[in-house]
Ligand binder design. Structure first.
Ligand SMILES: Nc1ncnc2c1ncn2[C@@H]1O[C@H](COP(=O)(O)OP(=O)(O)O)[C@@H](O)[C@H]1O
Ligand SMILES: [Mg+2]
Length: 284
């Protein structure tokens, strides 16, 4: 009896240690200042000789939704990916200028990539769940950060699915393959998976473009719920979507950020003729 008690308290200790490790010690969060999460300063991006982004300057506010709109090929995905250095793997890709998160230059040689990707999560255009169970999809990230204890993982899985408004839907299917879910469910699972490591920023690249209107609506609702909890940067080619969900909108054209402002203002009173032409459907 006595032994058991000791064992429990040791387990409790370990559990606490794991939680603490995950939240703070190994991967410290970025400290945002003056309500700004991400700051892009005079940033150019090259694919070999091709300049895909030109002198980008923009600040993305903390715990708000920033939408990036513009015609295909104007550099939206390129910019989004550069915010957590996903372009590092593209050969010949070079970034000049500065991107700071919480004041830290993420392109500095000493930048900690694991910390960056933990704090800046990403969701892609096509849902890409791993070929494993719903549970293991969500637990994957936390496990890579060293969390092994089942009770801790159980808690993370439940919390992440709740945050993605999917717990009721999936709680009896945790052991089933994620590949058996519908496209819309898979995409929301990918959002839950991204949320599982408690990112400060969530990047989403046209997350609803492959989905039906009902699934699209669910993801928009989800963004709404996450709005004041984390910073979201979303690329969308759907202007109505940008108008519905975002606080700030940035319009891109041919590798330039033409204008950025409060979403209402950009759509009702654009400052630049090119923005006006785009939102009134003259091209795109
Ligand atoms: N890996 C790459 N290598 C070379 N050029 C690329 C690569 N990825 C994108 N591009 C080019 O960069 C430009 C911007 O692309 P992208 O960021 O995908 O635009 P968007 O997301 O706005 O449609 C396009 O001209 C595209 O062809
Ligand atoms: Mg794109």
């Amino acid at each position: 009896m006595k032994e058991k008690k000791i064992k429990e308290s040791k387990e409790e200790k370990e559990e606490k240690k794991e939680k603490g490790l995950f939240a703070r010690k190994q991967v410290p969060p970025f400290r945002f200042e003056n309500g700004v999460a991400i700051n892009v300063k005079d940033m150019d991006l090259f694919y070999g000789d091709f300049k895909a982004l030109k002198k980008i300057n923009m600040a993305m506010p903390e715990k708000k939704i920033t939408a990036m709109i513009g015609p295909s090929g104007c550099g939206k995905s390129t910019l989004l990916k550069s915010l957590n250095r996903m372009n590092d793997l593209v050969e010949g890709c070079r970034v000049e200028g500065e991107i700071t998160i919480g004041g830290e230059n993420i392109y500095e040689k000493t930048a900690d990539l694991a910390r960056l990707r933990k704090n800046v999560g990403m969701v892609f255009q096509r849902p890409n769940p791993f070929a494993m169970s719903v549970y293991d999809n969500i637990a994957y990230g936390p496990r890579t950060f060293g969390i092994k204890k089942k009770s801790v993982l159980d808690e993370i899985v439940e919390r992440s699915l709740r945050n993605a408004a999917m717990w009721e839907e999936l709680k009896d299917r945790l052991g089933k393959s994620a590949l058996g879910l519908s496209g819309g469910q898979q995409q929301r699972l990918c959002i839950a998976r991204a949320l599982a490591v408690e990112p400060q920023i969530l990047l989403m690249d046209e997350p609803t473009s492959a989905l039906d209107p009902i699934s699209t609506g669910k993801i928009e609702e989800l963004c709404e719920e996450l709005r004041d909890k984390i910073t979201i940067v979303i690329v969308t080619h759907n202007m109505q979507q940008a108008a519905r969900i975002s606080d700030k909108t940035a319009f891109f054209l041919l590798g330039e950020m033409v204008e950025m402002g409060d979403t209402d203002q950009v759509f009702s009173a654009p400052q630049d003729k090119r923005t006006e032409d785009y939102i009134t459907g003259r091209f795109g």
